[in-house]
Design a protein around this ligand. Structure first.
Ligand SMILES: [Zn+2]
Length: 429
């Protein structure tokens, strides 16, 4: 059995920091996981126990744990935490008298009933050069001594904000990304975008999640029957609570007017639909809204992935123009194959692409969208090698360039191609 871990919610830690020199503590404990958290706490001679919430309140497994009373917290001298640190490394137990000597007041002798103690040493942090000692430590206090326990204190800031020093969140947080298509690729793209720190996502898809989607989708069976956009939104709200997710049960072609209105507050579009018509509509609407769009799909029954970045620039063509250039160069036009989808497992259309391959392509599309946003904000290290990437998932020989990849995980980038004269999407009306 692993040793006990003591979790200290932020609320409990700030109460300990802000009160006198000792108090009572009750824990909620899971014996199966050998884990517990500070569930109630009091301060000094005032014995009123105040409850502490462990987030997420309804879902954290410890909220249904068993209550253990009799715990204590103490204000202590900083050197006790040096002993806690050394004791943790050598798994040694401190003599009870030595432990007691560091406790400023309120010490309770364990007698026959051992208890868990949390010690607070505000000056301990820099006590050992090069090490960061905790201001709160945990102990198993029994008649034969005090044994250091594992402890984890909930940080004041959780989620993407923790990356603020190393990742340009300040530029991504105000960004809105529209993800059209909340299937296996779009769902994975949405998860990745939220994890990269995009502040707001618009999810657009008219379809419901069905049983046959589960083999490839990010969402689980609890969502079957629900719209895909609301299923992905709900999962993201639990996993990435800092991200605002709005779901729209809209069809990009039939509801183009509503999409157009949403594009006014969108910074970039990720297109992850598997129909030719919808991809063309995304290309057209994004171009007219002067927005970058990243189209992601899987081709040839899951053999290849593709990312196509469409820029609303005079020297770059829309989807139709880029496909035209591809055909002109002797390559296949993959669009008709995209219409076939990935199969439902029924007799008439077997399952093709593998879920994780679709997720990989969705994540690369999210990365391309985030890189595009950051490059626009002046991050030269976020420059993509081109606008069109072909990704080998299960490559087979004999395809025309640029689809002639031979090794799995090869990603080949090409530049975008210019518009065809007279293109109704690329030329201003
Ligand atoms: Zn065009």
């Amino acid at each position: 059995m692993r040793e006990l871990i003591v979790l200290v919610p932020h609320e409990a830690a700030s109460r300990i920091r802000g009160s006198g020199s000792w108090g009572n503590v009750t824990f909620k404990v899971s014996a199966a996981q050998n884990a517990g958290y500070v569930h109630q706490i009091s301060s000094g001679p005032d014995t009123v126990m105040l409850p502490v919430e462990l987030q997420p309140v309804r879902r954290h497994f410890l909220n249904s744990g068993e209550i253990h009373c009799g715990g204590r917290w103490y204000r202590v001298g900083a050197d006790l935490h040096v002993l806690w640190y050394l004791g943790r490394r050598r798994t040694t137990t401190l003599k009870l008298e030595s432990f007691k000597a560091f406790v400023k007041s309120g010490f309770v002798h364990p007698g026959k009933a051992a208890y868990i103690a949390i010690t607070h040493a505000p000056d301990a942090v820099d006590r050992i050069p090069g090490e960061r000692l905790p201001a709160l430590a945990a102990w198993h206090v029994g008649a034969d001594g005090a044994a250091p326990l594992d402890i984890d204190c909930e940080p004041e800031v959780l989620g993407n904000e923790q990356l603020v020093q190393s990742w340009p969140l300040e530029y991504l947080k105000p960004s809105t990304v529209m993800v059209v298509g909340a299937g296996s690729i779009g769902g994975a793209a949405a998860h990745a975008l939220a994890t990269y720190g995009a502040g707001r996502l618009y999810l657009v898809d008219p379809d419901r999640l069905r049983w046959h989607n589960l083999v490839r989708h990010m969402c689980g069976p609890e969502h079957v029957g629900r719209s895909k956009v609301s299923a992905v939104r709900q999962d993201l709200e639990l996993l990435r609570p800092g991200v605002e997710v709005r779901d729209f049960e809209l069809d990009v072609a039939q509801d183009a007017n509503q999409i157009r209105a949403l594009l006014m507050s969108t910074d970039i579009v990720v297109g992850a639909t598997d129909g030719v018509a919808s991809r063309r509509v995304i290309s057209h609407l994004a171009r007219r809204a002067r927005l970058d769009a990243v189209l992601a799909c899987v081709l040839e029954d899951g053999a290849l992935g593709e990312i196509l970045r469409l820029r609303p620039w005079p020297d770059r063509g829309c989807l139709t123009c880029q496909r035209h250039a591809l055909r002109g160069a002797g390559a296949i036009d993959p669009e008709p194959g995209i219409d076939a989808g990935y199969g439902t497992g029924s007799r008439h259309r077997p399952m093709t692409a593998v879920g994780a391959d679709l997720h990989l392509v969705g994540q690369l599309a999210a990365k391309a969208a985030v890189a595009t946003l950051l490059e626009r904000r002046g991050f030269p290290d976020q420059q993509l090698p081109g606008d069109h990437a072909v990704i080998a998932l299960r490559p087979q020989p004999g395809r025309a360039a640029p689809f002639d990849l031979t090794h799995t995980e090869t990603i080949r980038w090409r530049p975008g191609t210019p518009p065809i004269p007279g293109c109704p999407t690329c030329e201003d009306p």
